[in-house]
Design a protein around this ligand. Structure first.
Ligand SMILES: [Zn+2]
Length: 397
């Protein structure tokens, strides 16, 4: 893993000839009282500068900050906005509503932050992820915004916006690129969902910015090709690290244990940078994926599954595999299909408590119950929505 340097004293000049690796520095461009970091919250009790002074080099793998203590919440803090911050993302970050955030800052109900010179915001924070930290990356031959975005787990378009005043839109070797990293994502990357089997090959750092209905995907990772399934739309099979790692494990487990010999058809997840996909309302933040229900042998690969061609046993096992992953927030499936699955499961001796935990049926298609919920248009496929990963500060519902 790369080495990192910590700023020993505010204002130290970094030698431009140093290895072209990222080093975290304080932020000379943001006025802040001593002892605060970029988002205007106190630095943790274990002062990083002191630690740096005694040890000099840090391996980021070992530096996931277990001492980060947000202190008593809720409380008022000042958020130091960066170019491209949005009210919605800031609200998610601190667990508050966009409406309150605007109200606290005297903004109109639809008010926005200035895209390149955003104002600081007063926030009554209900949660407090570690503040973003700036690191300086010295550009090398072959570096692109996209590459750096993936490497540091930041949105490439944000990276451009943070740097355009200093270095313009194109990246030349030797240029000093400011990268505002999320320590939570960066340092916790290794704990971002399972990392066994093929999941271990999925890069860390991909996360949601916003909600499935109105969000983006930062440093997205793609569902890899694999046995037992086919990606119908490879361009839209990108997701968060947490979701894709779990998905790959569940697909592999299903293939190994279900006895299903057919090929699962994966539909859309998200585009590489998220955002709207055709007619879908959600699928915008890398957490949703459509999967055609398992069908009986001989059914054409390209057709939507129909009730009478379903492989009910495999469908049951598929839903169970997703449920067991513990990473899924909700699965959308038509109510009539749920009914059939529940009847069959009962006949096979599945317990009532387990059925209640899994299905909304028979409580009614609007009932707030069960992992599997009715949603119109989901007769032939399930729509699996993954939860936010445990270290995603701007992921929301
Ligand atoms: Zn869907």
């Amino acid at each position: 893993m790369r080495s990192w340097w910590w700023l020993l004293l505010v204002g130290v000049t970094l030698a431009a000839s140093a290895a072209a690796e990222g080093r975290r520095v304080g932020d000379p461009g943001v006025s802040q009282p001593p002892g605060t970091a970029a988002d205007g919250v106190p630095t943790p009790t274990r002062d990083r500068r002191q630690t740096a002074a005694s040890a000099t080099w840090f391996d980021v793998d070992e530096r996931r900050d277990p001492t980060w203590d947000p202190g008593p919440l809720p409380r008022w803090i000042e958020h130091h906005s960066l170019p491209r911050d949005t009210i919605e993302a800031v609200a998610l970050r601190y667990g508050v509503s966009a409406r309150d955030l605007r109200r606290w800052n005297g903004m109109s109900p639809r008010g926005r932050l200035h895209p390149s010179r955003p104002e600081p915001l007063r926030v009554r924070a209900r949660r407090l992820p570690p503040p973003r930290e700036r690191l300086i990356h010295i550009a090398r031959e072959g570096d692109t915004w996209d590459l750096l975005g993936r490497r540091y787990g930041v949105f490439d378009r944000h990276l451009q916006a943070w740097n355009k005043d200093q270095i313009g839109w194109t990246l030349e070797p030797g240029e000093r690129v400011s990268v505002w990293i999320e320590p939570m994502i960066h340092d916790a990357a290794r704990n971002e969902g399972p990392a066994a089997g093929r999941a271990a090959l999925i890069p860390a750092g991909a996360h949601s910015l916003g909600t499935p209905q109105s969000g983006r995907l930062v440093a997205g990772v793609q569902v890899p090709p694999g046995e037992g399934y086919e990606r119908r739309y490879p361009n839209s099979t990108w997701g968060t690290t947490f979701a894709v790692r779990h998905l790959v494990l569940t697909l592999d487990e299903f293939r190994q244990t279900s006895g299903y010999l057919g090929t699962l058809m994966l539909g859309s997840m998200s585009f590489r940078r998220g955002g709207r996909i055709g007619p879908h309302v959600s699928h915008q933040a890398g957490r949703d994926i459509d999967i055609r229900l398992p069908v009986r042998a001989g059914f054409p690969a390209s057709q939507p599954a129909t009730h009478k061609h379903l492989d009910w046993d495999a469908t049951w096992k598929l839903i169970l595999a997703f449920a067991r992953s513990g990473a899924v927030q909700v699965i959308f499936l038509d109510y009539a299909v749920q009914r059939e699955l529940v009847h069959r499961a009962r006949r096979n001796g599945v317990s009532e408590p387990q059925l209640r935990e899994l299905f909304q049926f028979p409580a009614g298609r609007h009932a707030n119950r069960g992992l599997v919920r009715h949603s119109p248009g989901h007769e032939g496929h399930i729509h699996v929505r993954y939860a936010c990963g445990p270290f995603e500060p701007t992921c929301g519902d």
